[in-house]
Design a protein around this ligand. Structure first.
Ligand SMILES: Cc1ncc(COP(=O)(O)O)c(C=O)c1O
Length: 490
C-alpha cells in the first residue's frame, strides 16, 4: 500500500488571498496550491505561473485567491491505481491532485516524480559490458591481467606522461602520492579550504598537518597569494585542487613550490581533461591524482589513478600500492605498504570509458554552452568561472546564487528545484568550520562561495531538453521570488 503524502500545506480555503497563495508557493510545496470550498472540495488551483500571471495581470495581493485561480484543472481519483493516475500527467498537467469521493484533495502526484534528474550519472553505453564480460571469461578478475595495463597505458597516453598507476580510489591516490613523497609527522601540506575533505584527510593520515589556504573568487581554486602567506619552515607540499573542473592558477603555485622546495600534488579528482595554458591538469606537479567514483567524468565504480613523470617516484608508488613488496621478489617487503590496487574488472570499465573521454568532454562543452546561454539571462545567477587561461571541463556545472538579485537564496532554490525533480548539490562546506580541520584564520572567499554555490545536473548523457528544463525551472522560480519581493516592497 502506497502511503499518502501530507498535502495539508498545499490546501488553502476560498477566503485565502493572493498573498497567502504566493507565500505558500514561496515556502516550497511542490509549486502548487489547491483552493477548496467550505466542504473541502477542490474549486481551483494555482501553480507558480498562475500566481505570477494573476499579479502581472493587475491582481492585488489582497484579492481573494478564488478571483484568480485556475478553474480548469485535472484531478485523479485517490481510489484509482497509481498507474492509472500517472497516465493523466503530461507536459501540461504537471501536478495531479488526487481527490476522494467528495472531491476533496487528499494526495497528489507530480510530473517531476516521473522525471527525476540526477546531478550526475554514469554513461556506460560503450564497450564497458563487452570488456567486463571478456574479463570475467578470462578468469583475470583481481588486479592482474591485461585490462589494468591497457587502462594505465591509455591514461598515460591521454596525458602524454610516461607513468600511470591504477589505484582503488581517488583518496588513496592522494595518500599514496604523499607517502611516496615522504610526507610524515611534523610536516605541513597546504590544502584549499574549499575542497572535498579527502584532500585534507589524507594529509592527516600521513601524520602531517593540513594548512588551509583560501581560494580566489575568479577560479574557486587555491589562491597563490594565500599559499605564499601560509608557507612555514615545516611546509613540505602544496595540494592544488582543480575544483569542479576548473584548473588552479598553476604558474605562481609552481614558482612558490620551486622557491621553497615544496612538492606539488595535484588533486585532479574533479577535472580530468581540464587544461591550464594548454597543459593538462594533473601533469604539472610531482604527482597528479584522479578519482573514478561513479559521479566523476569517467568512472570505474570506485577507482583512481596516479600519474607522474619521474621513474623513481613511480616505482616507489608501485611498491607502496602492493604491500611494499619488491617487484622482482615475491613476499620480500621493502616498506610497510598498502593494498591500493584496482581490480581488472574495474580497469575493463575504465578502458571503455577512456575510449569515450573525448566525446564526453565535447558533449560537456555543449551542455555548458546551453546552460550559459539560458542562465546568463536570469537575474542573480552567477555563471561558473572560466579564467582566460583555463579549459574548465565543468565536472559539475556550478553557479552562485546572489539572493539580493535573485530574490531567493541558494538553499531555498535547491529545495524548490528538488520539488520539481531536479537534483542539485550545494558546495562543500569550508573545511575550517569543521572540527577535524578547525582554523580561526579568515577565509572570506571560501566562506562566501561555499554558502552560495550550487551544482546543477551535468551527466555526460544529459539530454538537452533536460538542461532546458533545469534552466526554465530556475528562471521561473527566480521570477516568482522577485514578483513576491517587489509586491512586498510596494
Ligand atoms: C577534490 C576531491 N578529492 C578527492 C576525492 C576522493 O576521491 P574518491 O571518492 O575516489 O576517493 C574526491 C571525490 O570524491 C574529490 O572530489
Amino acid at each position: 500500500m502506497i502511503q499518502r503524502r501530507d498535502i495539508s500545506e498545499n490546501i488553502l480555503s476560498g477566503s485565502a488571498t493572493l498573498k497567502d497563495v504566493l507565500v505558500a508557493l514561496n515556502r516550497g510545496i511542490q509549486g502548487v496550491v489547491f483552493v477548496v470550498d467550505d466542504s473541502g472540495a477542490m474549486t481551483g488551483l494555482f501553480t507558480d505561473g498562475d500566481a505570477r500571471r494573476a499579479l502581472l495581470g493587475g491582481g492585488n495581493l489582497s484579492d481573494f485567491a478564488a478571483q484568480h485561480m485556475n478553474r480548469k484543472f485535472t484531478v485523479g481519483k485517490a481510489s484509482d491505481s497509481r498507474q492509472e493516475n500517472l497516465k493523466l500527467l503530461n507536459e501540461r498537467v504537471r501536478h495531479l491532485p488526487l481527490v476522494d469521493e467528495a472531491g476533496r484533495p487528499v494526495d497528489m502526484i507530480t510530473w517531476a516524480e516521473m522525471w527525476r534528474l540526477p546531478v550526475m550519472e554514469p554513461s556506460l553505453a560503450g564497450n564497458e559490458l563487452k570488456y567486463v564480460t571478456d574479463c570475467l571469461g578470462s578468469g583475470w578478475i583481481s588486479s592482474q591481467g591485461p585490462y589494468v595495463r591497457r587502462f594505465e597505458e591509455a591514461f598515460a597516453t591521454f596525458h602524454s606522461v610516461p607513468h600511470a598507476l591504477t589505484v582503488s580510489n581517488g583518496t588513496v591516490a592522494l595518500h599514496l602520492a604523499l607517502v611516496a613523497l615522504g610526507i610524515g609527522p611534523g610536516d605541513e601540506v597546504i590544502v584549499p579550504d574549499l575542497t572535498f575533505a579527502a584532500s585534507a584527510n589524507v594529509v592527516i593520515h600521513c601524520g602531517a598537518t593540513p594548512v588551509l589556504a583560501d581560494v580566489t573568487p575568479d577560479t574557486w581554486t587555491l589562491d597563490p597569494a594565500d599559499v605564499a602567506r601560509k608557507i612555514t619552515r615545516r611546509t613540505k607540499a602544496v595540494m592544488p585542487v582543480h575544483l569542479y573542473g576548473h584548473p588552479c592558477d598553476m604558474d605562481p603555485i609552481l614558482a612558490l613550490a620551486k622557491k621553497h622546495n615544496l612538492f606539488v600534488v595535484e588533486d585532479n579528482a574533479e577535472a580530468l581533461g581540464a587544461e591550464y595554458r594548454g597543459a593538462k591538469t594533473g601533469t604539472m606537479g610531482d604527482v597528479g591524482c584522479f578519482s573514478f567514483f561513479a559521479n566523476k567524468v569517467i568512472t570505474t565504480g570506485e577507482g583512481g589513478m596516479v600519474i607522474c613523470k619521474d621513474a623513481a617516484l613511480f616505482q616507489k608508488m608501485q611498491v607502496l600500492r602492493d604491500h611494499g613488496m619488491e617487484k622482482s621478489r615475491r613476499y620480500w617487503h621493502l616498506v610497510p605498504g598498502f593494498n591500493y590496487r584496482l581490480t581488472s574488472m574495474q580497469a575493463a570499465i575504465g578502458l571503455a570509458q577512456m575510449e569515450r573521454l573525448e566525446h564526453f568532454l565535447s558533449r560537456r562543452d555543449e551542455i555548458v554552452a546551453r546552460y550559459d546561454a539560458a542562465l546568463s539571462k536570469v537575474p542573480g545567477i552567477v555563471l561558473p568561472p572560466r579564467a582566460p587561461w583555463a579549459r574548465n571541463i565543468h565536472w559539475l556545472y556550478s553557479i552562485l546564487v546572489d539572493p539580493a538579485l535573485a530574490g531567493i537564496d541558494r538553499d531555498a532554490l535547491a529545495v524548490r528545484l528538488g520539488e520539481l525533480g531536479i537534483e542539485t548539490r550545494g558546495f562543500f562546506f569550508p573545511l575550517h568550520i569543521m572540527p577535524p580541520y578547525a582554523s580561526t584564520d579568515a577565509f572570506p572567499v571560501t566562506t562566501d562561495v561555499s554558502s552560495r554555490g550550487l551544482s546543477l545536473p551535468t551527466a555526460n548523457d544529459i539530454r538537452f531538453e533536460d538542461v532546458d528544463r533545469v534552466c526554465a525551472a530556475i528562471a521561473d522560480i527566480v521570477r516568482t521570488a522577485l514578483t513576491l519581493k517587489n509586491h512586498a516592497a510596494a
